[in-house]
Design a protein. Structure first.
Lengths: 249, 255
C-alpha cells in the first residue's frame, strides 16, 4: 500500500476518533423513560417511577410543593419531544461509514482501480497502435502507389519511345526499300532499254546483212537478164523481193 | 405529527434507525445507515472487481459502468478543474464519487428507501477528509507560508480591502468550505427523503379514503422518485467536483 493511502487512511481514522465526542440523539420514548427512571424529588419518597407516582398522588391531593415539582418534571419531559438535532452526527454511523469508506479506498488503491484503469489504458494503447499501424500502412500504400504510377509513367514513356523508334525505323526501311525498288526499276528500265537498243541494232545489222544478201541476189538476178529497160529492172527487183518474201514465208 | 389530518411520522422516525447489531452501543451500534455504507462499499468494490475480471476489448455491463465512471471523473471533473497533474487523485475521486452515489441511491431502492447521506455522519467525515487533503496538497505544493499567504491575501486585491477579505478567506478555507460541502450533500438528501415520504404518506392516506385524488400525489411520487435518482447522481458529482476544485486551487493558486 502506498504512503499516500496510509496517509488518507490515517486522516480518516483521525477524523472518526476526533468526531467520537459528538452526542448521539435519542428517541422520544427512550428519552422519557430515561428521564422518569432517573427522577428523584426533594421531599418525595422513592426514586424513579415510584417517585413519579408518589409525586402525582401528592399533587392530586393538593400539595403545592409536589405540584411545582410535577410541573418542572413535565417541562423536562416536554424536552424529549423536541426533534433530535439532525445536523449532529452519530458516532456509530461515522464509525461504520468511515470504516466502509477506508476499506473501499484501500481496495480501490490496492487492486480494483489499477486493474480497470490498466485495462482502459491498454485498450487506448491498442487502438492508438492500430491507428498508427493503419496510418503507416496507408503511407506505405501511398508510396507503393506513387512508385507504381511513376513506373507506369516510365513504361508509357518507354513504350511511346519504342513506338516512335519503330515508326522511324519503319519509315527508314520503307524509304530504303522504296529507294532500292526505284533503283531496281531504273536499272531494269535501263537494261531493258539497252536490250531493246541492242536488239534494234542487231535487227538493223541483220536487216542490213539480209538486205545486202538480197541486194546481192537481186544483182545477180539482174546481171543474169537485161537490165537496160528501167521498167524491166523495176519488175525484176519487185519479183525478186516478192520471191524472197515468198521464200521466207 | 398531525398535518392536515394525516399522520406524518416524526422526523426521528424518518432518519433514525434502531441498532441491528451491538444494540445500544453508542460507538459501534450498527443500524440501517451503517448497513447502507457497507452496501455502498460492497457495491463499488463489486462493480470494479467485475469490471476488472471481464477484461474484454469491447466493454459491456459492469465494465461499461466502471469505465464510464472513471472516464467521467477523469475528463469531466479532473481535467476541467485541476488539469493533467490531477490524475494522481483519480482513484480517490472515483472512489468518492461511487461511494457517495451508492450511499445516495438507496433513497429510491424499494424496501430500503433511505439515503445514508441524509445522516450528517459521512457527509461531515468526508468533508473533513477533503478539508485535510486540500490543505496538505496546498502546503506540499507551495509550502506552508506561501499556501496560507496566497489563500488569505489573494493577489490583485487593494491592500485596504485585506481587512475585510482576509478574515472572510480564513473562515472560508477553515470552516465554510468543509461545512458547505457536508451540509449541501446532507441537506439535499434530507429534502429528497422528506419529499418522497410526504408524497408516499399522502398517496397512502388518500388511497385509503378518497381513492381517485390519490392519483395526483402518486404521480408526484413517481416524478419525485425519478428526480431523486438524478439528484443522487448530481450530488455525488457536485461533492466530487468541489473536492477537485479545492485540490486544484491548492495545487495551482494562480487559477
Amino acid at each position: 500500500m502506498s504512503r499516500r493511502l496510509w496517509a488518507a487512511a490515517a486522516v480518516i481514522v483521525a477524523v472518526v476518533v476526533l468526531s467520537a465526542s459528538a452526542a448521539s440523539a435519542k428517541t422520544v420514548g427512550s428519552c422519557i423513560l430515561d428521564e422518569i427512571a432517573a427522577a428523584e424529588f426533594e421531599g418525595i419518597e422513592g426514586e424513579g417511577f415510584t417517585a413519579a407516582k408518589n409525586l402525582k398522588t401528592l399533587a392530586a391531593a393538593g400539595d403545592e410543593h409536589a405540584e411545582e415539582l410535577k410541573v418542572a418534571l413535565g417541562d423536562d419531559l416536554e424536552g424529549c419531544f423536541d426533534a433530535p438535532n439532525p445536523i449532529i452526527p452519530e458516532v456509530k454511523e461515522i464509525v461504520w461509514g468511515g470504516l466502509a469508506f477506508v476499506v473501499l479506498l484501500a481496495l480501490m488503491y490496492w487492486k480494483l482501480f489499477p486493474v480497470v484503469k490498466n485495462l482502459m489504458d491498454q485498450r487506448t494503447q491498442r487502438i492508438q497502435d492500430a491507428i498508427d499501424d493503419a496510418d503507416r500502412q496507408r503511407a506505405e500504400a501511398a508510396e507503393v502507389k506513387a512508385n507504381y504510377e511513376a513506373e507506369l509513367a516510365d513504361a508509357k514513356a518507354e513504350a511511346a519511345r519504342i513506338v516512335d523508334e519503330a515508326r522511324e525505323q519503319a519509315g527508314a526501311v520503307r524509304a530504303d526499300l522504296q529507294a532500292r525498288a526505284e533503283a531496281d526499276i531504273a536499272d531494269m528500265r535501263e537494261r531493258a532499254a539497252a536490250d531493246v537498243e541492242a536488239s534494234k541494232r542487231q535487227a538493223i545489222a541483220d536487216l542490213q546483212s539480209e538486205v545486202s544478201d538480197i541486194a546481192l541476189g537481186a544483182a545477180e538476178a539482174v546481171l543474169g537478164r537485161s537490165l537496160e529497160d528501167p521498167e524491166m529492172q523495176r519488175q525484176l527487183v519487185d519479183d525478186y523481193i516478192a520471191s524472197v518474201g515468198a521464200g521466207q514465208d | 405529527m398531525n398535518i392536515f389530518a394525516l399522520d406524518f411520522p416524526p422526523v426521528s422516525h424518518l432518519f433514525q434507525w434502531p441498532d441491528i447489531l451491538f444494540a445500544g452501543n453508542e460507538y459501534i451500534g450498527l443500524n440501517k445507515t451503517g448497513l447502507i455504507y457497507i452496501a455502498a462499499l460492497l457495491l463499488t468494490a463489486g462493480l470494479f472487481w467485475a469490471a476488472g475480471r471481464r477484461r474484454s476489448l469491447v466493454p459491456t455491463g459492469a465494465q461499461t459502468v466502471a469505465e464510464a465512471g472513471i472516464d467521467f471523473v477523469e475528463n469531466s471533473i479532473i481535467m476541467q478543474t485541476i488539469g493533467p497533474d490531477g490524475r494522481r487523485y483519480l482513484p480517490f475521486l472515483t472512489t468518492l464519487f461511487f461511494f457517495v452515489f451508492f450511499s445516495n441511491i438507496f433513497e429510491v431502492i424499494p424496501f430500503i428507501q433511505f439515503p445514508a447521506n441524509s445522516r450528517m455522519a459521512i457527509p461531515l467525515a468526508l468533508a473533513l477528509v477533503v478539508w485535510a487533503i486540500y490543505h496538505v496538497v496546498g502546503i506540499r505544493a507551495q509550502g506552508f507560508y506561501q499556501y496560507f499567504k496566497g489563500a488569505l491575501f489573494p493577489p490583485g486585491v487593494p491592500k485596504a480591502l485585506y481587512v475585510l477579505v482576509t478574515p472572510i478567506e480564513l473562515l472560508q478555507i477553515l470552516l465554510i468550505r468543509p461545512l458547505s460541502l457536508a451540509i449541501r450533500l446532507w441537506a439535499n438528501m434530507v429534502a429528497g427523503h422528506l419529499l418522497l415520504v410526504t408524497f408516499a404518506v399522502l398517496s397512502a392516506a388518500l388511497w385509503g379514503t378518497l381513492y381517485v385524488p390519490a392519483v395526483l400525489p402518486f404521480a408526484a411520487l413517481i416524478l419525485v422518485t425519478a428526480f431523486e435518482i438524478f439528484v443522487s447522481a448530481l450530488q455525488a458529482f457536485i461533492f466530487t467536483i468541489l473536492t477537485a476544485v479545492y485540490i486544484g486551487g491548492s495545487l495551482h493558486p494562480e487559477h
